[in-house]
Design a protein around this ligand. Structure first.
Ligand SMILES: Cc1ncc(COP(=O)(O)O)c(C=O)c1O
Length: 325
């Protein structure tokens, strides 16, 4: 009798498990179909906007396109006007000449902010990824730090549960006091991703293939979830490189790489890259993040002689008269 009961209970439990699994799979399939429809509609709109722009500038995307190998060799490279060198010379100068009116007519002022070699690398990375603009960083994790600096206290990040451990450390330890919130989710499970999105989610971080588990995320689906939540989607494509994976074609907003890995290719240079498909506030803030600490004292020094003068204009005078805490 007792054995029969155990067997019956066991059968019931197995049936329930199977039923739950079917329901979960159904839900996942429905979520996937719905997201696919949204993505198709969005990509259609992007195509329409692109053709309108092409008509406006009289250019066709149907014209001859460079193979990606050719892009890798040529993008960002120019013949050096001073010497005719076809390989760009390495620019060691930290500072660049001003014109008499105080401007920098050649576009470079200080190497931390920009220099011809870095710009060449950024142009090449952007072209390879099919983006609008790129920023080169000193490492892949420096990209994470720069993006985190652009977020506000209370902002929420969604990231994969097996994300590269360094991201967990940067957000969890370095930015612990910044009030950022982060949730880790299995990015391959769209139902869980949708459930984990909050009204405060600003950044959806995807890593595919992921490190260490090599999980593969449905980029178009997660990009659509992020878009619906008004969050920016960023795909870490380090392991795939732009040769094997085209995140912008799946609706992703920004792509990042640890160029230390396959893009560098020889394990002898550290680097990171952030490429954007369009202008957005996090990209702009990431670009400024690296120079802020140095800019603040410079601003103060420039302001002090003015603030010390009795003829100081009102704004400065107000600052001068404000008691320091
Ligand atoms: C997928 C992935 N993203 C980011 C990083 C961090 O890059 P970096 O070591 O250049 O800081 C790594 C490093 O292993 C990585 O594997």
């Amino acid at each position: 009798m007792a054995i029969r009961n155990i067997r019956r209970d066991g059968n019931e439990a197995v049936k329930k498990l199977l039923k739950d699994k079917i329901i979960a799979e159904d839900e996942d399939r429905r979520a996937h179909d719905e997201i696919q429809k949204m993505t198709d509609a969005y990509m259609g709109k992007l195509d329409q906007a692109a053709s309108a722009k092409e008509k406006e500038i009289g250019k066709s995307s149907k014209g001859p396109l460079l193979e990606i190998e050719t892009t890798a060799v040529h993008a960002g490279r120019r013949i050096d006007p001073a010497t005719g060198a076809v390989t760009p010379p390495i620019h060691l100068s930290t500072t660049f000449e001003r014109s008499p009116d105080g401007e920098y007519p050649r576009g470079y002022s200080y190497s931390r902010e920009d220099n011809p070699n870095r710009r060449a690398l950024e142009e090449c990375l952007s072209a390879l990824e099919g983006g609008k603009e790129a920023l080169a960083f000193s490492s892949g994790l420096a990209v994470v730090a720069a993006l985190a600096q652009g977020l506000e206290p209370g902002d929420h990040i969604l990231a994969p549960d097996d994300v590269y451990y360094g991201l967990r450390k940067v957000i969890g330890d370095v930015f612990a006091k910044s009030g950022l919130e982060i949730a880790y989710v299995d990015m391959t499970n769209l139902v869980s991703v949708r459930a984990a999105v909050r009204p405060s989610t600003r950044l959806v971080w995807i890593e595919t293939p992921s490190n260490p588990l090599m999980k593969i995320t449905d980029l178009a689906a997660v990009a659509a979830i992020a878009r619906r939540a008004n969050a920016i989607s960023v795909c870490d494509g380090t392991f795939a490189t732009p040769i094997l994976q085209r995140p912008f074609e799946q609706g992703i907003d920004m792509v990042t790489h640890s160029t230390t890995k396959y893009i560098g290719g020889h394990s002898d240079v550290m680097g990171g890259a952030l490429v954007t498909k369009y202008d957005n506030y996090l990209f702009e803030r990431a670009a400024r993040a690296s120079s802020l600490a140095a800019r603040c004292p410079r601003h103060s020094n420039a302001g002090s002689p003015c603030a010390a003068s009795e003829r100081c204009p009102t704004a400065c005078a107000r600052i001068r008269r404000t008691p320091t805490r």
